[in-house]
Design a protein. Sequence first.
Lengths: 217, 217
Amino acid sequence: MPEAPTERARVHRLPERAAYDRETIEAILDEALICHVAWTDGDGRARALPTIHARVGDTLYLHGSRAARAWRAVAGGAEVCVVATIVDALVLARSAFHHSMNYRSVVLYGHGREVTDADELVTAARAITHHVLPGREAEARMPTAEEFKQTILFAIPIAEASAKVRTGPPKDDAADLELPIWAGLVPLETSGGPPAPSPDLLQGIAVPAHVAQPRRP
Amino acid sequence: MPEAPTERARVHRLPERAAYDRETIEAILDEALICHVAWTDGDGRARALPTIHARVGDTLYLHGSRAARAWRAVAGGAEVCVVATIVDALVLARSAFHHSMNYRSVVLYGHGREVTDADELVTAARAITHHVLPGREAEARMPTAEEFKQTILFAIPIAEASAKVRTGPPKDDAADLELPIWAGLVPLETSGGPPAPSPDLLQGIAVPAHVAQPRRP
């Protein structure tokens, strides 16, 4: 079993839920539609926001507007903490104390390297479009040079990362097992509803397969 | 329209998506199953993790294990940034650049006041159990004094908060509207699957209504 890459990335609380292998970490990053990015601002205060991401090999790409304060901070060298979380089920125990969730999460620390290479910009833009909806990257018009100028893309090495995973039924105390209270899991599933065409869509354009049968989530 | 409570809480990027009214902020906090909590550690580095929360009036409750480093930091006075995010739809534009998501998010800054009052502990525990699944708080065994000792509960005033909301179809550039590319929304819905009873469930306990027809999400 791989060990924690750094002391900071080691899971201290409930270490039996920790995983440090690349396969587990990559699968969670790929499945999580969005992530949350935290950084410390100039006043030393923590800030965070939701954003989308995409993984290519051992690199995580984040993108945003060049005008946003958050990304200016990251471009200025602020380290980020990226968290991607998938909730799989509500875990309903007899006791409120043992209520939990089945989840899979990744925490990744790193510095964002601003992507400037023309080929890598295209790679990252395609990966992010694919991450939102696989197949979309082959259909959507890729960014122009002017659009790339308005966008900022960061590459973060997937190195200082850990995963945490809870699976299985609730774990009540032995003394509670005789209580006449239902216990178990409520699985949570996210699915795509019927596509809603844009009001300004050209006539005669059918819903493409990658939208009608989304492979995400 | 209410204004931003502080400069830091003001939405700078795409301010037309901002909302500062209590009703919008409360609805997002109530609907979001989990939140992400960011704080700055002793080294000045940003950290974040997913957790569950519950709102009671103008207070947000967070809870965790007393043994966890994160909550020790918050108990020690570290300010937190709490982000709750709901993704409503994939926004598929003709251009990759204008791809987006319809989402509702809240960012809340504050210091956690550790809950120690016996009545407030029960209020917070009930609220968090209700937040996970409405009705569950009337069924689950509430915490014992010993269990409360192992748990740490924080109250954060919902004061320095902002919401950000995107709705509606994709907004492509005029020049792209003639492209023969499907554009529109893919709504995302999270639903509860069939409940899975715990293997050690007592015989003869039926699935209760709050589990069979969950009012969350």
